[in-house]
Design a protein around this ligand. Structure first.
Ligand SMILES: [Zn+2]
Ligand SMILES: [Zn+2]
Length: 826
């Protein structure tokens, strides 16, 4: 009997990893319960989380690094009956898997789905969301097999990654007899199999990219599938945010339009991590009114959640600022101790770099043989490398794993004893998703958030209420972005000519965009009133949903010609320029050459004692001002801008200390970005009142800009790398000192708009974060930025607080807030 610990059943959850080993049928990914005597390695021995935490804080004066401990109580399961319409075969199969009765939230979702209601299940990790949508879907597909053609109903499943779709196919196979034909359809599906899938499969599992490029443009070949389409499952839908989410929203509208032409109207079932207002996000994503199921009725063991701030070191960074030990170094220490305690631990880090570094450090400190039970995992590894690592973690051969969030998608790792997060993962939604990997029923677990040296993390470990007493943030996407919408209108017109009846479906910008597309020679309006695609090439090929723009840069090892991985075109200038340090599987490489023509970065093995960080220059101009609000004399605006950025060189920083070793010039072309921005300006009188003379102004505005970029992710599901900023003492468009924060994607992603809508809370938190930092003159925890293209110069922390006070004094919340010190920031 196969079990799925993560998503199906409660009985399954009580079978701990200690008892799991690969199922003999297919080797890797399924697990069966076997007696412990079959075990060859020493199994992890879970200890009470309080005891683990005591170990971590003992000795070496570590106690003051613990800034807060939150005890999250265990939660009991609540069950509900199977709703009418769930077939006996499905119920029996679930019972086989240990699910006697669904949890209440699963039952509610099944009922809504059976009623044809668009529903989004937004509950925690391992709360059985899969069963919630699979039971109604598979029941209806089973009924469909009784139709004369054997395919009376079909369903489409969308996952953000191929790996997750593969995982889901296995889950479906466990719940239904083989006569419901489930099949993967993605870039790896062999051509001879594709025809079979189109003709016979009733449950097709794919990803939005394949739907966009492979299925919708070829819809006549999918006619019988689309005609019978009863359900569309959108799994992990919180990952459809920003530009990517906006693209996916338009792909789903194209799907709905084609279904309507074939006479079907599928019910959309969405599964999400816990987010604020999931119903609104589901509506934005699908264009349909949606009901949210948010009350999690699955059981949970107690979780001890610790907030941890690494100590200041003796080292000094840029401009003499004090430097904290990095979150990755601290995570390496904590991982070492936990592995020594025989505790199965995953460390989540924010970058590929950090994953490699944490694993290396723990391996070093543990020595042989324990060191060999720690590894790194991240997206960008080749499939075989990833599979081997996953297998070892499941089998228990691996005790410690340092991973980017790649692990969140498509890999089933739950029931861990401890989760470390080296740096805030950017959103509370991801924080809870990562922490949710720790713990299983009836047993406590430990989660530790280790602060990075930046304003947001510092703010959070000193304001636990911002994590534990604040609802998770909303998933932000903007399907109306014309840069996103335009290519989908072309793709839609190529699928079936657009008519006036389609205008509503694609949103309010559609009517203005169509004539523009006609002027550009992309669409042509014929006498029947329809808009037609006129080009020979495929319209769908003109857009990449992942929104990176341009083909990814391949990283190739000079000596062997081996492909190590890829980076996005947008990130290439800053991460794989000539001379950059690149890490792969614990090995260090130097970039010998970045060839922009062929999109190849040639790297060679090296062991430099430094990391590199790019320096750039940025200019910004206002194209349109869409909205403005006056805060007393100050003004806050939202609109469109053009940003021109050029990477001009890089700094070498010593690994251990962050100390600057030198700077090298680069000759790379400028890149232009048209996007959306929020900006604010103050008057000369306000500056005079705030005692900010002109020579202090650049440092004040620059520091306020950095910190505000750091804090925006508290209000929108972005991270600081999704947004950029520019501060100008006298901007030619506003004729005033102005600070801009912009979306780092063409056409915008909704983040700057969110900053504009929540400006008072956002800039208030920014002001409080700077004021509360214990450093004297600015440090990475407040106003220094790791991505500053100016080497963090000039920065004036004290003047930045006065500048923000001057700005906020006229905000609706009014004067007086300026005297607050922290705390008010939410
Ligand atoms: Zn500071
Ligand atoms: Zn800067």
């Amino acid at each position: 009997m196969s079990l799925d610990v993560a998503t199906l059943g409660h009985a399954a959850v009580t079978a701990s990893f200690n008892h799991l080993r690969p199922c003999p049928h297919d080797g890797l990914e399924r697990f069966s319960v076997t007696p412990m005597t079959h075990w060859v390695l020493m199994p992890p021995s879970p200890r009470l989380p309080e005891a683990l935490l005591t170990t971590l804080t003992a000795g070496r004066a570590r106690a003051d690094r613990l800034t807060h401990t939150e005890h999250l109580p265990a939660r009991d399961a609540r069950h509900a009956p199977w709703p009418a319409g769930i077939r006996a075969e499905v119920i029996d199969a679930a019972r086989e898997l240990g699910v006697a009765q669904p949890w209440a939230h699963q039952s509610e979702a099944m009922q809504l789905a059976k009623n044809g209601q668009t529903v989004v299940i937004a509950t925690g990790t391992a709360s059985g969301k899969s069963l919630g949508y699979l039971a109604p879907v598979l029941s209806d597909l089973l009924t469909g097999t009784e139709a004369s053609n054997g395919r009376g109903a079909t369903a489409l499943y969308l996952a953000p990654t191929k790996a997750l779709a593969a995982d889901q196919r296995r889950r479906a196979a466990e719940l239904v007899p083989p006569r419901v034909r489930a099949a993967l359809y993605d870039g790896d599906t062999p051509p001879e199999e594709r025809e079979w899938v189109r003709q016979y499969a009733s449950y097709v599992l794919t990803n939005p990219d394949m739907l966009h490029r492979g299925i919708l443009p070829a819809h006549p070949r999918w006619a019988s599938f689309l005609k019978a389409l009863k359900y569309v499952v959108v799994d992990e839908c919180h990952s459809y945010r920003g530009v990517f989410g906006s693209h996916v929203a338009q792909v789903l509208r194209r799907l709905r339009r084609l279904c309507a032409r074939y006479g079907s109207e599928p019910t959309f079932l969405l599964a999400s991590a816990t987010t604020a207002d999931p119903a609104a996000t589901a509506r934005r994503l699908t264009g349909l009114p949606a009901v949210a199921v948010t009350e999690d009725a699955s059981p949970r063991g107690p979780l001890v959640f610790a907030l941890w701030e690494p100590p200041l070191t003796e080292n000094v960074g840029e401009h003499g600022a004090p430097v904290r030990r990095t979150a990755t170094a601290e995570a390496g220490y904590l991982l070492t101790e936990l592995v020594q305690q025989n505790t199965r631990t995953v460390v989540f880090v924010r970058s590929r770099w950090a994953a490699e570094l944490v694993a290396l450090q723990a391996q070093d400190q543990l020595g042989s043989p324990l060191g060999s039970r720690v590894a790194a995992y991240r997206g960008g590894y080749l499939a075989e490398e990833r599979r081997a690592i996953e297998r070892d973690l499941h089998s228990g051969r691996l005790l410690g794993l340092a991973s980017t969030s790649a692990l969140e998608l498509g890999v089933d790792v739950s029931g861990l004893d401890a989760v470390l997060m080296a740096g805030y993962p950017g959103t509370r939604a991801s924080l809870w998703q990562q922490a949710g990997r720790a713990g299983r029923e009836g047993q406590g677990a430990l989660a530790v958030l280790i602060a990075r040296d930046d304003p947001l993390d510092t703010y959070l470990v000193h304001h636990p209420e911002a994590l534990f007493a604040t609802p998770v943030e909303a998933t932000v996407l903007d399907p109306d972005n014309p840069h996103v919408l335009a290519p989908h209108l072309c793709a839609a017109a190529a699928e079936l000519p657009l008519t006036d009846a389609d205008l509503d479906l694609f949103g309010p910008s559609t009517a203005q965009l169509l004539p523009v597309l006609e002027q550009r020679g992309l669409l042509r309006r014929r006498s029947d009133g329809g808009w037609y695609w006129t080009r020979r090439e495929r319209a769908a090929d003109s857009v990449d949903l992942r929104g990176s723009g341009g083909s990814p840069v391949q990283i190739v090892e000079v000596e062997t010609g081996r492909l190590l991985g890829t980076v996005d075109a947008a990130a290439a200038h800053t991460t794989v320029h000539s001379g950059a340090v690149h890490l792969h599987q614990g090995r260090t490489y130097l970039v010998r050459d970045l060839d922009l023509e062929t999109s190849v970065a040639l790297v060679e093995r090296a062991d430099p004692p430094y990391t590199t960080s790019a320096r750039d220059i940025t200019s910004i101009s206002v194209l349109t001002t869409d909205e403005t609000v006056e805060w007393g004399e100050a003004r806050l605006s939202f609109g469109s801008v053009e940003v021109v950025n050029q990477v001009v060189g890089y700094l070498r920083k010593r690994i251990a200390t962050g100390e600057i070793m030198g700077e090298t010039k680069l000759d790379l072309p400028p890149r232009t970005l048209r996007t959306r921005a929020v900006w604010w300006s103050v008057t000369e009188e306000q500056l005079a009142d705030a005692e900010i003379p002109f020579d202090l102004l650049p440092g004040a505005a620059h520091a306020a800009e950095h910190a505000s970029i750091g804090l925006l992710p508290l209000f929108a599901t972005c991270d600081r790398w999704d947004i950029g900023g520019v501060s100008v003492p006298l901007h030619p468009d506003t004729l005033l000192p102005t600070v801009f924060v912009y979306d780092g994607h063409s056409g915008g992603a909704g983040f700057a708009e969110r900053g504009y809508r929540r400006a008072e809370q956002w800039l208030g938190a920014t002001r409080d974060a700077i004021a509360a930092c214990e450093c004297a003159r600015g440090c990475p925890s407040c106003v220094q930025s790791p991505k500053c293209g100016n080497g963090n110069d000039p920065l004036d922390k004290a003047a930045a607080v006065r500048l923000l006070d001057a700005l906020l004094a006229g905000a609706p919340g009014g004067p007086g807030r300026a005297s607050s010190d922290g705390g008010r920031a939410r």
